[in-house]
Design a protein. Structure first.
Length: 299
């Protein structure tokens, strides 16, 4: 696979209120966000020119920054408009959208209350995260790292620093031949994959972990709404790892993953079937609706 470096591409990135050529969007090496992870971001997808649940993503970005102790210098309306502007400037209709905000260079120490808050938005083409044949199911390993307690990290923020253990866990899983890893939390409960929420099916009922130490994903909430509209029962609860062999279907959800079935978790096998197929299909239909229709169907 030939990789295209992210610093050497054509196009435009929205940076602190203006579109700049992609290659000119450079960050100083002494930015606080790089050294101390004082950064928050979003992952969004555009389908046929509409960014799916854009305001929900923008609201979460603003709230994530607030949790980390800084305020974004733009309103939600301005951020939404900037995302749409960046998508259009790059002549894309189906794309991944990445807004990010971080502390700048005025101070480089643990305390950085006088730093300027910067924000950028980039968009690029990104096909299916787990490949075209998602219905075949992916394989997950078991991560060694655990999702932290809310008393030790800002778990309800989409904060850059929280993804370090995800990267480490995913790299180990990939080295072992898996596509991703299932993470437990600090109590030993099932939590999520490294960057996607997870669902399990038993006797026609969908079970999903309580999101008390990881993000209650926007895609997660959309899929739960779709399931209920199709008269499926969804139970949010504590799930223990010893329960895993008793489930018949497993799937993960996320902006990048969309709805992706799982066929194996560290030697335990599952069969992607009707519930996974239905929710995959219905989600693919949902994301191509108008923003007003999305708001109605995903409520």
């Amino acid at each position: 696979m030939t990789l295209v470096p992210f610093d050497d591409r054509d196009g435009f990135i929205w940076w602190d209120g203006a579109l700049v050529p992609w290659r000119d969007a450079k960050l100083h090496v002494l930015s606080h966000g790089l050294h101390y992870a004082s950064a928050v971001f979003e992952g969004e997808r555009a389908y046929e020119g509409n960014i799916f649940r854009l305001r929900d993503h923008t609201d979460r970005l603003i709230n994530s920054a607030h949790i980390l102790g800084f305020e974004l210098p733009y309103t939600a309306d301005e951020i939404d408009a900037a995302c749409i502007e960046t998508l259009a400037a790059n002549n894309l209709t189906d794309a991944y959208v990445r807004p990010i905000a971080w502390r700048g260079t005025e101070q480089l120490a643990v305390s950085a209350q006088l730093t300027t808050i910067h924000m950028a938005i980039a968009v690029w083409s990104w096909p299916s995260y787990f490949g075209a044949d998602r219905m075949g199911g992916i394989r997950l390993g078991m991560a060694e790292w655990q999702r932290p307690s809310p008393k030790t990290a800002p778990v309800l923020a989409k904060a850059a620093g929280l993804y370090m253990i995800g990267t480490m866990s995913k790299h180990k899983a990939e080295a072992e031949g898996f596509a991703d890893a299932l993470m437990l939390d600090w109590r030993g409960h099932v939590s999520e994959a490294t960057g996607a929420n997870i669902f399990f099916v038993k006797d026609g009922v969908i079970h999903t972990p309580t999101p008390d130490c990881f993000l209650d994903g926007i895609t997660r909430r959309s899929v739960i709404s779709l399931a209920k509209r199709h008269q499926m029962t969804v139970v949010t609860r504590t799930i223990m790892p010893e329960e895993l062999p008793g489930f018949s279907e497993v799937f993960v959800t996320g902006t990048a993953a969309e709805v992706t079935p799982v066929r194996e978790i560290q030697g335990m096998h599952f069969t992607p079937s009707d519930i996974s197929a239905t929710l995959m299909r219905e989600y693919e239909l949902l994301v191509r609706q108008s923003p007003a229709e999305v708001a109605r169907l995903a409520a």
